[in-house]
Design a protein around this ligand. Sequence first.
Ligand SMILES: [Zn+2]
Length: 439
Amino acid sequence: MKSRPKFDDLVDCLISIVGSLPDQRAGNNLKYTMEDIALSAFSVFFTQSPSFLDFQKSMREQKGKDNAESFFKVKNIPTDNHIRECLDKIDPRFFFPVFNTVFNTLEQNGIVDSYRSFNNNLLLALDGTWYHSSKTIHCDKCLRINHKDGSTTFYHSAITPVIVKPGNDKVIALPPEFITPQDGHSKQDCENAAAKRWITQNGPEYAPLGITVLGDDLYCRHPLCMLLLEQGFDFILTCKPDSHKALYEWLNDFEEGVNIFSFTKKKWNGKFNEFHTFRYANSLPLRDSEDTLWVNWCELTITDENQKTLYKNSFVTNFVINQHNVEQIVADGRARFKVENENNNVLKTKGYNLEHNFGHGKEYLSMLLMTFNVLAFLFHTVLEYCDNKYRLLRSKLPSRKTFFDDIRTLTRYLYFESWGEMLEFMLKGLEQRHRINPP
Ligand SMILES: [Zn+2]
């Protein structure tokens, strides 16, 4: 990929993976290439337009050309049915190298380094998210919850790791890890096991960069922390009293100013004064066992002038905590909520949830479409960093929704020679509007 990846480079990156996919189709079914099939599906996620392919088919009939071809290099647009059948057989893991390639490109461009935080580390937030839930639609790889009334909820979930930074609203998505059914395990066990798989598989690639793993209380367990350290990761994990009784018993015996320390800072939040009280202690047992890992603990309580608690959370980490670094360690620990806010919520609520367009499949389809969804999200982030026109447009249009609504409408009625030509058209139109109606 070129030094500053553009839209076409990202599409080429995807095409190069598709070119190496196993093609399991029977003889008379080869009108469409695998590139046509995979890029058609991806285009729906990238444009966030469930009708994108229908519109481009009509355009092709009328004008002899269409935007699926000029943007995504789709020569023939397959039917939704054909896309569904073919993609259902493809393991989404084939596409994971795209995440690593894109990450490496961002790294070469100095963008990854702008995410460095405490200890000059990158913050990697791990979190599980549901991306399909239904009482009727299901496949072999669905997880299930059997309800007392006899009904069943079928769902899919995955770990969706992202690089985050406090104060930066953009996150960099890394390959997901699917949480798949395992007999005799609760949902919680599944998520923990999936996290371990991700850490083991991706540790060699990412840990040498200097990475602090962030996660909720579910991840704050002896075996997982040991695995993180073995793989060369640092960690800052939420640590709740209910699930860490041994640690909090030790903490209760500690003496203020001797082995537990605290201080309070007054901070103006724009409306009123907040009081941020930091407490920290080093060398505490993570669990009640001979071989326990010893960790360091810190807590932030935010109160208002009436001493009403606005926020309270505590973390454990392998970093030794002191009065100079506790604030930054806590800030990094809190950045985990970015996964929920910036990543999972965007994926679920801001137009990325387009599974209904292709259905659920019997084997891999649901997982593959989720992977395309996250990849589309990653590509949008890359373009915001690396494509000046894209960034300018996003800054001029009030919301993500407006941006994609406009793209949906434009690509329905107009043909553009390239993605770049469409962005230029939009920018030109906005400048004219701004001239007529100065703010
Ligand atoms: Zn399923």
